[in-house]
Ligand binder design. Structure first.
Ligand SMILES: NC(=O)c1ccc[n+]([C@@H]2O[C@H](COP(=O)([O-])OP(=O)(O)OC[C@H]3O[C@@H](n4cnc5c(N)ncnc54)[C@H](OP(=O)(O)O)[C@@H]3O)[C@@H](O)[C@H]2O)c1
Length: 548
């Protein structure tokens, strides 16, 4: 049985975007995967949204010996296939592609930086001779090159801001442990000032991730209950159905903890747990996030045994396809102990959160692709309506969905229709795209635009990266000392290892099933929804919960 409730949100149009100053964008590693799939499609969209006008140029740098035309053809392929691109067509592409140029070089040598200096000056002369010499350098290169590149940029004077701004965007992973992150930060600080440095974590560019802040601090009804008095536990999930693709080399070195928890999941945790910032600016927001990391005590080896679970997938079926075990993936060692799944219980020891576990989990080859934050509230103190087993009311849960369909679900108790008094749970589902009727901007679009405007709010500050590694490195070290679990310990296509369920069960908690989020949203989209005059709507679906 199901019933529906309708609500209304304010009408929304995509606000006009700001126009960026004249600049040259240098993409180091322009012949690589990220550039083709994400960066160029994002710039194409920014160009057609009017943020980049005729006075910008992109200079791609890679080892592949491509001409400008070959570079454009490669990038076109990426933009054409990209799901992020708003609207691809030939005329628009030609207009944009005229701004793309390419040069070949080895980024470990001086020569290429001198060439970049000369080429970018020429480009400035062409696009806007009288404008400031603004330059954005994107490090879309193997992480090991970052310290060398920083040094060379300094030696070539490309860090200089005398005639315009100079900024660098550095991709994740930012170091591989605390010591390497500190050393990279020190190297960067010897050449660039912190205001010139943009450490990117693309999760922060996602609409729903930014919405965590609006949801928490733009509503007065949630903040009073956002603490240990009302919240039982928090789960943060980033599950993928994909395996490692062709990235065995990288993944064997990284593993799930470094690849996902050290950045994306800790960032989600910080946004969920942080205190209200005094202002929505880079320093205020980042200061509060750092305070969260400082409130988590780094784990001892004993904590690591009790509060972490690592997993590696065996063969199985994902989305109807038979897939091999991790150890049989191309490029992976047959006895690899790299984790493809991790679950960690973090405890934030401050006034707001003491005693509330924050469980995070991530993994590859899982049953469903879903990223979400689920806030589980405590049960009501009195079971007033539990007259029959059917009347069981589930505790409230707020789910903030980040992928694949951005939005949120709130579960609340309601009387079920009928003459008898029975209670059940309703799921109020809000979907960003259908709710507002507009496409949400791709994360790289948002973040590139922010960096071009010098807004670092959604980028990671120096002390933040180190605070994150201070929590992750003790886990890596304890794992290195202990014997790995008997891998593989979960089948591809499952929800992960049983030990992850046991981690929560010990405290009487449970993970949401990975397909639960889809079930919520599908049920909502199938439900009858009244479209209001302004086109915006919120759907809510009520369903009977009849669990003992
Ligand atoms: N791909 C993603 O979805 C993704 C997501 C998040 C973060 N990242 C991060 O983004 C960065 C780039 O990733 P990617 O997947 O694009 O890697 P990739 O496909 O391996 O591309 C690396 C790029 O760096 C260039 N390169 C390597 N060594 C060089 C050298 N000595 N001199 C000049 N160019 C050199 C390569 O040139 P050639 O190919 O011409 O040799 C290529 O253009 C990495 O830090 C990665 O961790 C990637």
């Amino acid at each position: 049985m199901s019933a529906k409730v309708e609500g209304v949100v304010a009408p929304c149009e995509r606000a006009p975007l700001p126009e960026v100053e004249s600049c040259v964008i240098v993409i180091f590693g322009a012949s690589g995967d990220l550039s083709k799939r994400k960066l160029i499609p994002a710039l194409y969209d920014l160009f057609h949204a009017g943020c980049l006008k005729r006075n910008f140029a992109v200079l791609g740098v890679g080892q592949s010996t491509w001409s400008d035309e070959e570079f454009r053809a490669q990038m076109r392929e990426g933009a054409e296939k990209s799901e992020d691109v708003d609207e691809f067509n030939d005329a628009k592409w030609q207009e944009f592609a005229a701004h793309l140029t390419y040069t070949t070089g080895d980024l470990t040598t001086d020569a290429i930086y001198n060439e970049v200096a000369t080429r970018s000056e020429k480009l400035h002369e062409q696009i806007a001779p009288n404008a400031a010499r603004n330059r954005l350098f994107y490090f879309s290169t193997p992480p090991s090159l970052a310290p060398v590149m920083v040094k060379h940029l300094g030696a070539a004077g490309l860090n200089n801001e005398e005639h315009g701004w100079s900024r660098i965007i550095i991709e994740k992973p930012f170091g591989r442990d605390l010591a390497s992150a500190q050393s990279l930060n020190a190297e960067i600080a010897s050449v660039f000032n912190e205001h010139q440095v943009f450490r990117i974590d693309h999760y922060l560019g996602k609409e729903t991730v930014q919405n965590i802040l609006v949801f928490r601090f733009g509503n007065s009804i949630f903040e009073p209950v956002w603490n240990r008095n009302y919240i039982d536990y928090v789960e943060i999930t980033a599950a993928e159905t994909l395996g490692i693709g062709g990235r065995a080399g990288y993944y064997e070195e990284a593993g799930a903890l470094r690849d996902m928890v050290a950045n994306h999941l800790l960032q989600l945790l910080a946004l969920t747990a942080m205190e209200p910032p005094v202002a929505f600016d880079a320093d205020s927001v980042r200061e509060e996030k750092v305070q969260v990391f400082r409130s988590i005590r780094p784990m001892t080896p004993d904590d690591v045994t009790r509060k972490t679970v690592r997993g590696q997938y065996g063969a199985g079926t994902v989305e109807g396809q038979q897939v091999p075990a991790y150890r049989n993936e191309q490029g992976v060692k047959k006895d690899s102990n790299t984790e493809t799944f991790v679950a960690v219980e973090f405890c934030i020891e401050n006034w707001r959160w003491a005693g509330v576990p924050f469980y995070v989990r991530t993994g590859k080859r899982l049953a469903d692709k879903v990223s979400e934050i689920a806030i589980h509230f405590k049960r009501t103190p009195q079971a007033l309506f539990a007259r029959t087993p059917e009347d069981r009311i589930e505790p409230n849960v707020i789910v903030l969905r980040i992928q694949p369909d951005e939005g949120m679900t709130v579960t609340i108790a309601t009387k079920l229709p009928g003459m008898e008094m029975h209670a059940g749970t309703v799921h109020m589902v809000f979907n960003y795209e259908s709710g507002f009727g507009v496409r949400t901007a791709a994360a790289y679009e948002t973040l590139l635009l922010d960096a071009l405007q010098g807004d670092a709010t959604l980028f990671t500050r120096r002390d933040e990266t180190e605070a994150e590694w201070r929590l992750i490195t003790p886990i890596e070290e304890a794992w290195a000392q202990a014997a790995a679990p008997p891998f593989p310990n979960y089948a591809a296509g499952s929800d992960g290892p049983r030990a992850a369920d046991e981690l929560l069960a010990r405290a009487g908690h449970r993970w949401r099933a990975l397909q639960e989020s889809h079930i919520d949203t599908q049920a909502a989209s199938e439900s009858v929804s009244q479209q209001t005059n302004d086109g915006a709507h919120v759907q809510a679906q009520a369903e009977e919960v009849a669990q003992a």
